[in-house]
Every structure is written in C-alpha cells, then in structure tokens.
Design a protein around this ligand. Structure first.
Ligand code: C2E
Ligand code: CA
Ligand code: CA
Length: 761
C-alpha cells in the first residue's frame, strides 16, 4: 500500500498541499490506513522528521501509526497507560492547543514506550537513545466531545530551530482533528451512521471541526459557508455572515489588496494567495489574521470552489504591540523612556520644529529610595508623574529619562521666560506634601531649561544642555529652575582636558599638590585646638590654584578620590609637625568627598594613614558636607559609623547650606557641626540670622555636638559667637590657611605610596 499522499511538489503553497491530503482522506479507507496517511502526511507536508499517532483503547494508549526513520518504527504497537499520558501532557509547554516536551519529559515518554536509554555514565553516549529518536516532542492531543483523551499526534521537534510557526501549528492541529474524527467514527457503535458518511461528508466534517477559521467563498466574494470557528472569530450571526461579501467585513485599509488578489484568482491569474489582513468583528474591534485563499478547479480549469482559511493572529499582534510599547516606555510610570524621547526630539529637529525642554531631577530621591525601599520609591515616581502630567498638559511630551529624571518637551516654545514659568508651575504643584504609603513627604525637583537652536543636530545635544542647567539648579540649592547658559554650563573644553591630564600627572607623585592648614581655636580656652587641611595646587604653568579652580573637575573625573586619599595621608603626617601650634594634642580635619564614601575603602584608608603617621585616631577629624551625608547610601553611612567607632571625629561641614533637618543629627555619627560662613557673616547684623545660629548652637549643645563657626572675619562676630555658646571658630580673623615649610613636610617620603600610583605602575 502506498502511504504517501499524492503530494509531490513541496514548493506548492501549504494550503494546497493540506487540501490535497484532506481530499485524499475523503476517499473511504479503514482507520489504520487513515492514521497512516495522516502520519506520513505530517512528515511530508509539514517537514517534521518523524510522526507517531497514539490511539486510546481502554486504559491504554497504543502507538497506532508512525512515519519517519527506522528507529521510530520500533515504537509501533507499544503502549502506555492513558492516565500516564494525561500527566505527561500537563508537563508540556503549551503552544496553543499543542504541547511541547523538553528533553527530560521526552525521555520519560520514550522510556514508557519501552525505549532503553544507554547508561548516562557510559562514555560518549551522554544518555542518548538510538539515532533517529526525538530528543524533544511536540504533541497535538485529541479529545472527544466528552473531553476524554482519545489519541495524540506526536512529532519530532528536536532543536530550537524546529519550533513550528503559527501556520504549521494550525495544520498540525488540523491533521490531529482529522485523526480524531476518524477515531471517533471507528469507535462509534453506530456503524451505520459512520458508514453513511461519504467522501464529501468526511471532508465537510473535517472542515466544520477545523480549529482554523475557514469558509467556502462564492465567486461574488460572499462568505457562503463559514465553519464554526470562523463564525466565532468574526462574531456575526451565521445567517448574517453568509449574506455578506468579505469586503464588507474587512478593515477599510485592507479591502483593496484583498479584492484585487481575489479578482486575479477569479481570472485564473493565480491559484491561491496569502495575505495578512484585518477584519472588523461584529462588535467593532479589529481581528488580525493571515488569510489563505485557494481555488479548486475542475478538469476544464473552471473554478469548482474557493476556500478561504483564516488564522487569527490577533494575540500575536497584541503581543507585538505590547513589546513595542515596552521597549519605548518605562514600566513604572508608563511614560515614554529616554529612547522615545530622543526619537521624538530628533523628529522635531529634522522637521526644523522648535521646542523647549525642561529637564527635571527629583531632589534627594536616593534618600527616599534608600530609607523607604524601592517600592515606595516607585510609588513616589508614579505620584510625581501624575503631578507632572497635570501641570504639563497633553500637548507637551513628558518622558522619564532616568532613575529620578524626567523631561518635558514643549513644542513651539523657546522663550526662556515662558519655560521658566512652566518650571515654576511644576515646583508649585509639588508644594503640598505627597502621601506615600501613608506617610507624607515633601518632594522638590531641580529643573534645567534649554531650547532648540539651529545648531542642534541631535536630541542628545539639547538634552545635555538642559541637564547641565538642571545641575546648576542643584548646585544653587535645589528646588529651583535654571536656564541653560553657554558661559556657565559649558561642556568639557580642551582646557579642561589639559587640566585633567596635569592633575593626573600631579597625583602620581603628589608633586605640586600642597596641603594648607588653617587654625581652629577653642572659644572657651582661646587656644588653637586643631587645623583644617585645605588643598592647593602649584600648577606648573598657571601658578597656585585654589580648590575652586580644580576640585569641580576632580569631582567630575573621579580624580577627587585618589586626591582625597592623598590628602588624608599627607595631613596625618603633617599634624605632628612642630610648625603647627597646639602641641601633641592638636588634631587635623580632612575634607572627604562624597565620592570617597560607600566604596568599602574609607576604613582601610584611614587605618593606613594613622598607622603610617603614628597618629592616634582622636587626632583626626573628617569633614563631610551635609549634602554628601544626606545623599550617602546606607552602606556609606555604615562606613562613616565604623570610622567614628575607631575614635575619629566626624564633622558635618557647611551646615545650613543643604536641607538637613536638625533631627538628622541624631541619626548620623556626627560629633562636630561646622556652621557655614553664610550664617556667620550676618551675625550681629541680621537679627533673624543670629536667632537661627542661636537655636542651632543650643540644639547642638543638647545633643553633645561641638560647633565650629566658619569664616569668622571680625572681632564682633567672634564676640557674638562666644556669647551664643559656640565651641570653636575658624576664619581669616584667627588665621588664613597656610602651608608648612616644605622641608618639614617631607610629603613624598613620609607618605605611603598611593594605590593610584601602584595600579598605574
Ligand atoms: P570648606 O571646607 O568650607 O573650607 C573652608 C573654606 O573657607 C576654605 O576655602 C577657606 O580658605 C575659606 N575660609 C577660611 N576662613 C575664611 C574667612 O574668614 N573668610 C572667607 N571668606 N573664607 C574663609 P578653600 O581653601 O578655597 O576651600 C574651598 C573648599 O574646597 C572647601 O570648603 C572644601 O569644601 C573644598 N576642599 C578644600 N580642600 C579639600 C580637600 O582636600 N578635599 C576635599 N574633598 N575638598 C576640599
Ligand atoms: Ca571643610
Ligand atoms: Ca565648610
């Protein structure tokens, strides 16, 4: 018996080959022959390496028909309990109605069917069965109307490249459905009814039960005989659908293509066509589908019937749309992300459309995130997003560009006053505290404003400008709007690069870097109790540079970190220098940048500096700015605590310039507060400033924290501070920062080699 279907030309469209098989199946034959035909067609039409059909008989499922390599034929006649198959099906990965089984489950299945796997210890075998047996299986289970498992069509699906596409999956299901029908008919006691089904009847049954939407279409394009699946898919009552022509239920944009292809089919210019198109469901929504239309011709070449076959790909389309949305949107706030912002802006730039850009950054978001947790952080972002949406309106493009950064694109607005006005409205909208997880939080943002100019080529350029303006807003105390100013916010210049290069060179051996020391006196004893170490740089060409000339660059490039360690070591060695008054009790206060914290290196660096200089921990103070401490991560705070436990004093520098609440003092390991110069200057002049300092000093006294007044320049300031109970003072009045005589300092020899130097050697 020839099991091969009458399919020879593999390049013919799949639909036609499937129809051939279906027609072939219409010829009467017994169950065994039908199953064999389906198994071999599965291999030949769909291109799987092997196929096997199992049929339920009683409590067992038996391999009734196979196609493929010799190894598969050995499975023929093998059986396993149906209950076991039901369990196995649950272990498969669902692909629509199909189940895919991984190598482990496949092995289990084959073992149940009597396949012996070589011992996996056996060298070279890797536990593989005989060549030709599948390592992965794809199964189309067959169920009867009562929901019992009556059989299964299995194919060899080994290898990730073998996964069938939607069309192949559908055909596989169709073949399984036909096998199921054949099995049901054979099992049916009512032999007479089954017998009455002629070829046409079988074909019709197959067609009607097909999981693919299908219809016989007449030459007027009327959907004359839709199957159940199609009726369900399109939602029209059958009676209505059978009166309609396909164009009337097609998405208007897809009508022309479909109709002209249909006409070509009628004219005999083609036998079939396949398009992706959209239908309008009865309830109005769009159904996306892949449509195959094929003509079956009589001997004379006239059209006998036209069959339309429709694979619903709406799910896939939805998934694709969701994927596209995901790649362009931020999942937390559902706002467009940076990539879509850039695309949007680039589009505007290329159309020469003008726009203003607001770049917003939430102030101290890190603190909120670290202290309340990421979920609360996400919630905060969502709340801020809705506030921003409300203020910026629908006509402006709002995006989340980074962790706590947002951007607003305002089309046609380049006037900075208008943009600043919008920025101020954003600030005002955030004045009321936000409730996050039952707690109220005051949130502020810093905003930078920039506008398109003809010179802008890429979104990146304008975003960078707005970003720089935002950074200036941060520097100027946050919760404010700044406009991009090319003279203040310039990007790195050649000059910067040169300076960076020479700073790197200087850091290799410390040449040119000089610590200056400024005395600090006790206001009760009136004697020098310590010094603050302040860096200077004797630049080979530019002369003596002040910190303001190069520290911003050092911060930006990260050089502040090795520089900080260098200052720490150098200052510890210098504190014992006899040129520093105060004897062997005076301490040195070293400034520590926020960048030096939270890297796990602070404690070690301090221990090394103390060891190398032989100075005890109580003679070292670390000055950390209020801002750096507030923005420090919990690991950084932990480091600072450890340092405090060593006996090193921690001073809160520039107090009053940040936003810290006084209660923060209780939680931080701080034993000294340095009152910023801006509070000291108006003492005795401005009554409210004096009142603030008075309260601050009183609070510190209560907490047992020392206070150091910075920038004391006049005698009256000093007198007032003493009267207010301030512990210590520093300033030009007492003494300016000064360098030690070089020969006493002996920097290069006394200092342990820098890590920086070692790693670059
Ligand atoms: P700071 O920590 O607030 O240091 C005090 C600054 O005030 C010093 O400026 C000092 O020279 C200046 N000053 C002292 N007395 C008076 C006064 O009576 N009147 C006025 N108007 N100013 C006074 P300097 O040396 O220019 O340092 C500026 C900033 O640079 C420092 O501010 C500190 O934040 C940073 N800095 C200096 N050295 C280092 C360092 O080694 N590491 C780090 N991370 N930062 C440093
Ligand atoms: Ca300082
Ligand atoms: Ca200071």
């Amino acid at each position: 018996m020839d099991l091969r279907p009458s399919v020879t030309n593999v390049r013919r469209p799949l639909l036609e080959r499937v129809l051939d098989v279906v027609r072939e199946l219409g010829n009467p034959r017994d169950l065994q022959a039908t199953l064999e035909l389906i198994a071999s067609s599965t291999v030949q039409v769909l291109g799987f390496d092997a196929a096997a059909i199992k049929v339920s008989a009683g409590t067992q499922m038996r391999v009734a028909a196979v196609a493929g390599p010799p190894a598969i034929w050995k499975l023929l006649g093998q059986s396993a309990p149906t209950s076991q198959w039901l369990k196995t099906i649950e272990r498969g990965q669902a692909l629509g109605n199909l189940r895919h089984f991984d190598p482990k489950t496949t092995r289990l299945i084959l073992t149940q069917l009597g396949v012996r796997y070589p011992d996996s210890d056996e060298p070279g075998s890797e536990g593989r069965p005989e060549q030709g047996l599948p390592e992965e299986i794809l199964m189309a289970p067959m169920w009867n109307a009562a929901g019992d498992l009556i059989g299964a069509l299995c194919v060899d699906d080994t290898g990730p490249d073998r996964r069938p596409d939607v069309e192949q999956q559908t055909v596989l299901e169709l073949f399984a459905a036909q096998a199921a029908i054949a099995i049901v008919q054979a099992l049916s006691r009512d032999e007479s009814e089954a017998g009455r089904l002629d070829a046409e009847g079988r074909w019709r049954l197959t067609f009607e039960r097909s999981p693919i939407g299908a219809a016989i279409i007449n030459t007027d394009g009327i959907v004359a005989e839709p199957n159940d699946t199609l009726v369900r898919l399109l939602g029209y009552p059958r009676a209505e659908l059978t009166q309609r022509d396909f164009a009337s239920i097609t998405h208007p944009d897809d009508v022309n293509v479909d109709v002209s292809l249909f006409i070509e089919l009628l004219k005999g210019e083609r036998d079939s066509y396949e398009i992706e198109k959209r239908y309008i469901h009865a309830d109005g929504h769009v159904v996306s589908a892949i449509l195959h239309v094929g003509a079956i011709r009589d001997e004379a070449g006239g059209i006998r019937s036209i069959i339309g076959q429709l694979n619903d790909i709406s799910d896939r389309k939805r998934a694709e749309a969701e994927l596209a949305h995901r790649s362009s949107h931020d999942p937390v706030t559902a706002l467009p992300n940076r990539a879509s912002l850039e695309e949007h802006l680039n589009g505007m730039l290329s159309r020469r459309q003008r726009a203003g850009v607001l770049f917003l950054d939430i102030d101290r978001f890190k603190t909120i995130n670290d202290s309340l947790g990421h979920e609360a952080g996400d919630e905060l972002l969502s709340v801020v997003t809705s506030k921003l949406r409300a203020v910026t309106g629908a006509s402006n493009f709002l995006a989340r560009v980074g962790g706590d950064e947002f951007a607003v694109v305002v089309p046609e607005r380049t006037d900075s006053a208008e943009l600043v006005h919008l920025g101020n409205e954003v600030l005002a909208s955030l004045e009321q505290p936000l409730t996050i997880r039952g707690h109220r939080h005051t949130v502020t943002v810093s905003i930078g404003v920039a506008a398109t100019r003809p010179a802008h080529r890429h979104a990146d350029e304008i975003l960078r400008e707005a970003d720089q303006a935002m950074l200036r807003a941060k520097r100027h105390g946050r919760a404010r709007v700044e406009v991009y100013d090319p003279t203040q916010d310039r990007p790195a210049t050649v000059e910067d690069l040169r300076l960076e290069h020479s700073l790197r060179t200087a850091l290799v051996d410390g040449a040119g870097l000089v610590p200056y020391f400024q005395p600090i006196i006790s206001l009760t004893a009136n004697t020098v109790v310590g010094y603050e170490a302040l860096i200077r740089w004797q630049h080979p060409e530019r002369g003596l540079l002040e910190p303001d000339d190069f520290l911003p660059l050092a911060e930006k490039t990260g050089l502040i970190v090795p520089l900080g360690w260098w200052m720490l070591q150098t200052s510890c060695s210098a504190v014992t220098d006899p040129a520093l008054a105060g004897g062997d009790k005076s301490w040195v206060a070293v400034n520590v940048s926020g960048s030096q914290l939270g890297r796990g290196r602070l404690v070690g660096a301090i221990e090394r500096a103390l060891d190398a200089s032989g100075v005890s921990a109580d003679r070292l103070h670390l000055e950390i700015t209020e801002t750096a401490l507030i923005e420090a991560s919990s690991s950084a705070i932990h480091e600072v605590r450890e340092v405090a436990e060593l006996g090193v004093q921690v001073a809160l520098d520039d107090f009053g310039t940040g936003y810290s609440s006084l209660t923060l003092l209780r939680d931080l390991p701080v034993s000294v507060v340095k009152i910023d110069r801006s509070f000291v200057a108006p003492i005795g002049i401005d009554r409210s400033a004096t009142a603030i300092v008075r309260r601050l000093i009183a609070l510190c006294q209560e907490l047992g924290v020392d206070t150091v007044a910075e920038g004391v320049e006049t005698q009256s300031q000093l007198t007032a501070l003493r009267a207010l109970g301030c512990s210590q003072a520093q300033g030009y009045l007492i003494g300016p920062p000064e360098r030690l005589p070089d020969h006493r300092l002996g920097i290069a020899s006394a200092v342990e080699p820098l890590r920086f130097r070692r790693s670059s050697a």
